[in-house]
Design a protein around this ligand. Structure first.
Ligand code: COA
Length: 193
């Protein structure tokens, strides 16, 4: 299980099929899925299949992209996942206008991990990696407008809201966020000592 990224408190590593039960527990918690939608797996095998068919494919692209398991360093606990993947892979990318150069930042954590700044901490590191190491042009992200915690993370790591539009099948509109490489460089320069 190669480690992909480390922050002060978190380690991001690749998923393996052995994580199927952990992923199943995360994806079947109604509170976790509240703003995501009706995508709950029916059983652990379905989660294993998701790791095989959906998650594994990113690791073999050699682009440094992926959906990575987040582990709390101090306890070794599985907290959930973060992702950096082609924006066009989002099922509603045709509505958001994301193009082939866009990389999407995403996250999903267990309730016990919420409110500790973990999503902000890992997302900041992913954004840095995307621009500094992977030569990303633009980072994009999206959430339901009602999912305040999610879009607050985007804002805290420097993404700017660009649009709001109705999402088919959802009560809340969706908001999309964006950070260009130039904006990232300007932010980094303004934060430099
Ligand atoms: C979205 C999620 C990853 C945020 O994780 P987190 O580690 O709790 O986020 P952070 O601790 O870094 O907090 C980020 C900001 O959101 C704020 N926030 C957190 N929960 C909030 C809530 N329910 N309402 C309003 N603001 C909230 C925090 O206060 C913080 O802002 P602040 O520093 O200005 O106070 C987590 O809530 C989650 O996994 N939710 C379920 C899955 C999900 O919805 N994923 C996103 C799909 S688009």
């Amino acid at each position: 299980m190669p480690t992909v990224l480390e922050t002060d408190r978190l380690s991001l590593r690749e998923f393996t099929e052995d994580d199927a039960e952990l992923l199943f527990a995360l994806d079947t918690d109604p509170d976790v899925m509240r703003f995501i939608g009706p995508f709950m797996p029916k059983n652990v095998d379905e989660s294993r299949q998701k790791i095989r068919s959906w998650i594994d494919k990113y690791y073999s692209t050699g682009r440094g992209l992926g959906i990575w398991a987040a582990v709390e360093k101090s306890t070794g606990a599985f907290l959930g996942w973060f992702c950096l993947r082609p924006g066009c892979d989002w099922m509603f990318a045709h509505l958001s206008g994301w193009g082939p150069d866009d990389l999407e930042l995403g996250y999903r954590l267990h309730k016990a991990a919420w409110g500790k700044g973990y999503a902000t901490e890992a997302s900041r590191a992913i954004v840095r990696k995307a621009f500094d190491e992977l030569n990303a042009k633009r980072i994009v992200s999206s959430a339901l407008l009602s999912n305040v915690a999610s879009w607050r993370v985007m804002e805290k790591v420097g993404l700017k809201r660009v649009q709001q539009f109705p999402l088919p099948g959802y009560d809340s509109p969706d908001v999309t966020y964006l950070l260009t490489r130039l904006e990232y460089r300007l932010q980094a320069a303004s934060e430099a000592p």
